[in-house]
Design a protein around this ligand. Sequence first.
Ligand code: GLY
Length: 334
Amino acid sequence: MGKANRRDFLKRLAATGAALGLAPWSIESMLQASASTSASASPGLGASGKATMLSTWNHGIEANAAGFLALQQGGTAMDMVEAGARIVESDATGLSVGIGGLPDRDGHVTLDACCMDHTGNAGSVCFVQGLPHPLSLARKVMEDTPHVMLAGAGAEQYGQELGMTRRDLLTETSRRAWEEWRKTSNYEPVINIENHDTIGILALDDSGRLSGGCTTSGLAYKMHGRVGDSPILGAGLFVDPQVGGATATGLGEAVMKTVGSFLVVELMRNGETPQQACEEAVHRIMEGMPTDDLQVGYLALSHDGNFGGHAIHEGFNFARTTRQGGSMIDASHG
Ligand code: GLY
């Protein structure tokens, strides 16, 4: 991590800690966990324990660091997931999650998220505008309402009732990218392997509680109103606390048609390892539709801490952090 990035990372960690209401904490150990981008683990998280966190893509390493910070402050697996999501949602330089996420073809940033906790409880929000932390809102739906999913204006109204602050999610960078896209796009969303991704997070705490979350601005330049897999339980995320959890990244339409994350967990229930289950779910997509121009990747974590990741194409990576440290792992593909 370069000096400037390290400084930004510290600032975002501090904001996450404050947002979580955490007491001051030691960030050095978190930085050691987040500094490694090689396959080798870095030391620094101290105590023993089975806590494990998996998060999609490069931004996963700081998500995991924030998650372990929450754990260090006495948080549960669900707190780890929310802390990880919030730090990535707050990062205005990320073009696919929260603030700075690329807009739809009309220039509106619309966010989707869901979560599941160690009891199998679930919450979800979709088509949310103006609120930067949809995963926190999904958690509130899960914990404080009799419902599972709120959409659009209703979700935003609930967020405002909770005191969540509205803000413009379009940044100068994302606005410029959208304006550039409009010059050549013929006003149709482009679906390829580059312009969509998300953060999916799976966390196991030291007590063996398993939780997951998924948050995204969705497919760049999508039609207004389009909702992807990320807020759809069973598609973008599924957690069965007795078995394991899975999350998806990539083109949501392909994941939704195959109910991918539920499939991965069911395969694990039937005896497959997390790696085998991710591979089979990817192959299900590849057998069912042309995949030259679309990417999907799955991550899976079993209740006992085994993990796997697999994608259609090369390029999908994920962060894995344990108490021994953090590392980036290139997923297998094909
Ligand atoms: N996987 C994110 C989306 O397609 O919206």
